[in-house]
Design a protein around this ligand. Structure first.
Ligand code: HEC
Length: 143
């Protein structure tokens, strides 16, 4: 019985490793982005009540997510079911600059959210953070 469990466990790990190609991996992170930023956006727009603790938690989660997608833009992963533009690989310095600017604004969002005493304190930085999504998509994502 024990032996069987060990085998089942390793097989599952092996399967996960196979499934995790770079394109799917980065798209999965961006799906989490959408969920997280979407929940924050609802509070900013007033669709849901502003809850500072919850907003700060979402912003902290966003900061963790913002470290992740870039490692998956590996050489060769420009081909396949992807909206990534070839410029990511032909202009790597510009792509890195867009990602770094984004990470900086997300980090600032986390700090601002942690200190906020109301919705008005987070609005401007939320806009600045979102602007970095758009800037990169305009240049590096096909729509
Ligand atoms: C530095 C560049 C960059 C930044 C910054 C960026 N993205 Fe993206 N995003 C991309 C690229 C490139 C793709 C296409 C990935 C692919 O299809 O391989 C993408 C794809 C997506 C997708 C589609 C994922 C899917 O289901 O295929 C969503 C949603 C998304 N981004 C949301 C966001 C949000 C929200 C932000 C800001 C909080 C953001 N992105 C910031 C480059 C960026």
């Amino acid at each position: 019985m024990h032996k069987l469990l060990v085998i089942a466990c390793c097989f599952a790990t092996f399967n996960t490793a196979l499934a995790a190609d770079p394109i799917t991996s980065r798209q999965e992170v961006f799906k989490q982005y959408k969920k997280t930023v979407g929940a924050m956006g609802k509070m900013v727009k007033g669709d849901t009540a502003f809850d500072q603790a919850e907003f700060a938690k979402l912003a902290a989660h966003m900061d963790e997510l913002a470290q992740q997608p870039w490692q998956y833009f590996t050489p060769g992963s420009d081909k396949g079911k992807t909206d990534a533009k070839p410029e990511i690989w032909s202009k790597p310095a510009e792509f890195k600059a867009a990602a770094d600017k984004h990470k900086a604004e997300v980090a600032k969002m986390k700090a601002v959210a942690a200190q906020a005493s109301g919705l008005n304190d987070v609005k401007a930085q939320f806009g600045a953070m979102q602007q970095t999504c758009k800037a990169c998509h305009d240049q590096f994502r096909a729509d």
